[in-house]
Design a protein. Structure first.
Lengths: 287, 313
């Protein structure tokens, strides 16, 4: 992939992280950890991979994005706003009465949101149904799902995994945001899912493991999907929870962040540093 | 009353196949449950529109929701507790909260899985599904209205739950009955008591009313085939005009038809009520008709309960 294109996406990822801070400032708290770990996945999807049209959000042949881990909604709101589905001022209503951006997404309130998620273990089944429906309609559209790794303990996911393989849903592409932490601690200590790749393979899926913060790797792998004809694809994306915030990265206690003023200041400073690094990178490639 | 008996599941399946021949958006989802739901012929007639999932009702509910987002009308029929209680959160979130055009059919509902005991009885389904905003709940009382209900729920846009039994049911209505979702049917006029029934025990209600008439009690028989939305006007007119209401259902007294009616009457026109149904205990097992008798749902028992209620001034 063109370096300039990647750099452009890295700038968008930075904007999305800044939008997440904006949301947290408005609501004073939120599920920032898993939102920040999946910023690159949503950046790649909403700014490179998805065939979507913010002017026509219900276009029948659009690609679908299902946020199974609904508590990661901050990153979805930020990506949709950046992509132009609604005005960014909506982000300032997070936490307000009757806000269009609740603590878990509501498809009836906001264009671009495909499902009402929040309760874990629902998204994959719904996405599977979408994939069957699109196939019946001979649509070229694909269905993308973002799951958390803690979420994988819900048994209903494995019902959906079996059925998606049985029905040969190769228009279904799942990301597992493997940030390895959940509220109570490291995910494999709370309820181990390892070996995760073998688990998905044994359910009939085609599996790849990537660095979930590597935009180029995300895009390259998705462009190769389905990885095997007649099989659903899963990308296990290794990520860092709260990625981008120096004081919170990889820490269990920042699953849900009630931001102290000094933390918010530090967070802004951290993102400014990322911007400096991107500027240096831009200069190094002669832009 | 017309005495011909028909299998409710067969009637349901035939009606779905009839509807699917007209409406290409109808798809059927099976949790190893189509054949047992009267839909054994559906995959033969529409192989591309039948999807087997095996025994995973939670997952199927989600798949149905996803299919509905693409304009399909998913029909999901399985044993009643497994499509209401087991998958409740999927019903609430994926069908109710997402407002999806999915038709869920709980079959072998009530006590009709007589010998199989409380795990397979469904006498709480109305109570729990009634809490989900926007879901239409239908409980037809005879084969004619099962068929009418199928066509009505397919036409209605939105999530629906319909319950049917597995015991053969007498035909109670003529084919040309005016059937509308949300509108109860006055089967007979009367002035001493309103006897309101629903679903599998409607024929018992009609038989009980006949016994009451023979004893000189004038009964208004009302069939509430749509429990949600409830026909408020019909209920309130019975309350105003008669002032005494007895409800009969093969369901827990908690949260069922009687509860729904009392929610309206107690707030808008309080009248004396008696609710006949199953109390706060698990139902037993045994032959169906004997089970109904154990819970006071046979015609002579309903008659006695009504007479006691009327005498108790």
């Amino acid at each position: 992939m063109d370096k300039r294109e990647i750099l452009k996406l890295e700038y968008i990822a930075l904007d999305i992280r800044r939008d997440i801070l904006r949301l947290i400032r408005a609501g004073e708290a939120g599920h920032s950890g898993g939102a920040l770990s999946s910023v690159e996945i949503l950046t790649a999807l909403f700014f490179n991979l998805l065939h979507i049209d913010p002017e026509n959000p219900k276009w029948p042949d659009r690609d679908r994005f299902v946020l199974s881990a609904g508590h990661k909604c901050l990153v979805l709101y930020a990506a949709l706003a950046e992509r132009g589905f609604f005005d960014k001022s909506v982000l300032d209503t997070y936490g307000a009465l009757d806000s269009r951006i609740p603590g878990h997404p509501n498809m009836h309130k906001l264009p671009g949101v495909e499902t009402n998620t929040g309760a874990l273990g629902h998204g994959l089944s719904i996405a599977g149904g979408m994939a069957i429906g699109l196939r019946l309609d001979k649509s070229p559209a694909k269905v993308y799902v973002l799951m958390g790794d803690g979420e994988l303990a819900e048994g209903s996911n494995w019902e959906a995994a079996s059925a998606s393989a049985m029905h040969k849903l190769d228009n279904l592409i799942v990301f597992v945001d493997r940030n390895k932490l959940q509220i109570s601690g490291p995910t494999i200590e709370v309820m181990s899912y390892e070996p995760l790749d073998e688990r998905w393979r044994s359910f009939g899926w085609s599996v790849r493991i990537i660095d979930g913060h590597d935009l180029e790797a995300i895009i390259r792998n998705v462009k190769h999907a389905p990885f095997e004809k007649g099989k659903p694809s899963v990308i296990i994306a290794d990520t860092l929870k709260s990625k981008g915030l120096s004081f919170a990265e990889g820490k269990v206690s920042y699953h849900y962040w009630k931001a102290k003023p000094e933390e918010m200041e530090q967070a802004e400073h951290d993102l400014d540093n990322i911007e400096k690094q991107l500027k240096a990178k831009m200069e190094s490639i002669g832009l | 009353m017309i005495s011909e008996l028909k299998d409710p599941r067969k009637t349901f399946g035939e009606a779905i196949i009839e509807a699917a021949a007209i409406n290409p958006n109808i798809v059927v989802l099976s949790a190893d449950s189509s054949a047992g739901s009267g839909l054994g012929d559906f995959p033969k007639k529409f192989p591309d529109r039948h999807f087997e999932f095996g025994i995973m009702e939670q997952g199927v509910t989600g798949f149905a929701s996803g299919l509905a987002t693409t304009g399909k009308i998913p029909v999901f029929a399985a044993i009643a507790p497994f499509v209401t209680a087991r998958n409740f959160e999927m019903f609430r979130n994926d069908l109710g909260y997402m407002n999806q055009n999915v038709k869920v059919i709980g079959r072998c509902a009530g006590l009709t899985y007589d010998q199989l005991g409380p795990t397979h009885h469904s006498i709480d389904d109305v109570a729990i599904i009634r809490t989900i905003p926007g879901v239409t709940i239908i409980n037809p009382g005879d084969p004619v209205t099962i068929k009418k209900a199928v066509h009505a729920i397919i036409k209605h846009v939105g999530p629906c739950y319909m319950k049917i039994g597995n015991q053969k049911m007498p035909v109670l209505y003529e084919e040309d009955i005016d059937y509308r979702l949300g509108k109860g049917i006055v089967i007979r006029e009367g002035g001493d008591v309103a006897l309101i029934g629903t679903g599998t025990v409607l024929s018992k209600v009609i038989a009980a009313a006949k016994l009451l008439e023979e004893s000189g009690v004038s009964v208004r028989i009302i069939d509430i085939h749509t429990i949600k939305p409830l026909d408020r006007e019909l209920i309130l007119s019975a309350a105003r005009e008669i002032g005494k209401i007895v409800t009969v259902e093969e369901h827990f007294i908690a949260g069922g038809l009687g509860s729904a009616i009392s929610e309206i009457c107690s707030q808008e026109y309080p009248v004396k009520m008696k609710m006949i149904g199953i109390g706060d205990h698990y139902a037993s097992n045994g032959p169906y008709e004997e089970l109904l008798g154990k819970y006071g749902l046979q015609p002579d028992q309903i008659k006695e309960t009504v007479i006691k209620f009327l005498d108790n001034k």
